[in-house]
Design a protein around this ligand. Structure first.
Ligand code: GDP
Length: 197
C-alpha cells in the first residue's frame, strides 16, 4: 500500500467522541518512549504527523489520523511511564479499556516493543488485556538499528518463545527502525490485507 494522504483528524479522551466508526481502524500502542510517534511518522511518510514525545506520558489522548481516506490510524497514549500518578494511570486505564471494548471498527492493535527489551510484565499484561477484550494484536519491534542484526534475531526469537508459553498462537511480528526507515512495507501490507478481507 502506498500512503498517498495522511491527515490528522482529532484527539479526545472519550471513545464516544471519536470519528464515526465507518472505516476500519488500527491502533498503535506501547510503553512511553518505545518509538511510537517515530514509527507512525515513518509509516505515513510524514515527518511530523505524530508528535515525538519530549515529555513521555504527557499526551493522554486518543489521536485519530485518516489514511488515503480509507482507514483510520489511531495513536493511543503510551503506558508504563514511572512518573505518572496513580490517578492518571487509572484515568488512562479507563479511557483505553472503554476504547478497546467499545470501538466497533477497531480491526487490530499494533503493540510496540523496544527490540532491546526482554518480555516486560507491563507489556505482557497489556497483551492479556487485549486478549480479554477480544482484540487481535500484532507486535512491532522498534529501534532495530540499536542492535546488530544477529542480536535482533536473538531478541525476537526469545520474545516469541516467551509468547509461546502464554499464547496458543503467536501473533505476527514485525521488525522496524524509524531511524533507518526500515520495516514499513510489511506493516502496511498487513493493514491492506485486513482492509481487503
Ligand atoms: P513515543 O514516546 O513512543 O512516541 O516515542 P518517540 O517516537 O517519541 O521516540 C522516543 C525516542 O526514541 C526519541 O528520542 C526517538 O528519536 C527515539 N527513536 C524512535 N524510534 C527510533 C528508532 O527506530 N531508532 C533509534 N535509534 N531511535 C529511535
Amino acid at each position: 500500500m502506498k500512503v498517498q494522504e495522511a491527515r490528522y483528524v482529532m484527539s479526545n479522551s472519550d471513545y464516544l467522541k471519536c470519528p464515526e466508526p465507518d472505516l476500519p481502524e488500527y491502533a498503535f500502542i506501547g510503553r512511553s518512549n518505545v518509538g511510537k510517534s517515530s514509527l507512525i511518522n515513518m509509516l505515513t511518510g510524514k515527518k511530523a504527523l505524530a508528535k515525538t514525545s519530549q515529555q513521555p506520558g504527557k499526551t493522554q489522548l486518543i489521536n485519530h489520523f485518516i489514511i488515503n481516506e480509507t482507514w483510520y490510524l489511531v495513536d493511543l497514549p503510551g503506558y508504563g511511564y514511572a512518573k505518572v500518578s496513580k490517578t492518571e494511570r487509572e484515568k488512562w486505564e479507563k479511557m483505553i479499556n472503554d476504547y478497546l471494548y467499545n470501538r466497533p471498527n477497531l480491526i487490530c492493535t499494533f503493540l510496540l516493543i523496544d527490540v532491546r527489551h526482554s518480555a516486560l510484565a507491563v507489556d505482557l499484561e497489556f497483551m492479556a488485556q487485549l486478549g480479554e477484550a477480544g482484540i487481535p494484536f500484532h507486535i512491532i519491534f522498534t529501534k532495530a538499528d540499536k542492535l546488530k542484526s544477529g542480536q535482533v534475531n536473538t531478541q525476537v526469537e526469545a520474545y516469541k518463545a516467551k509468547l509461546a508459553e502464554i499464547w496458543e498462537e503467536i501473533p505476527p511480528v514485525f521488525v522496524t527502525s524509524a531511524e533507518k526507515n526500515e520495516g514499513r512495507d510489511p506493516v502496511l501490507q498487513a493493514i491492506e490485507a485486513y482492509n481487503r478481507a
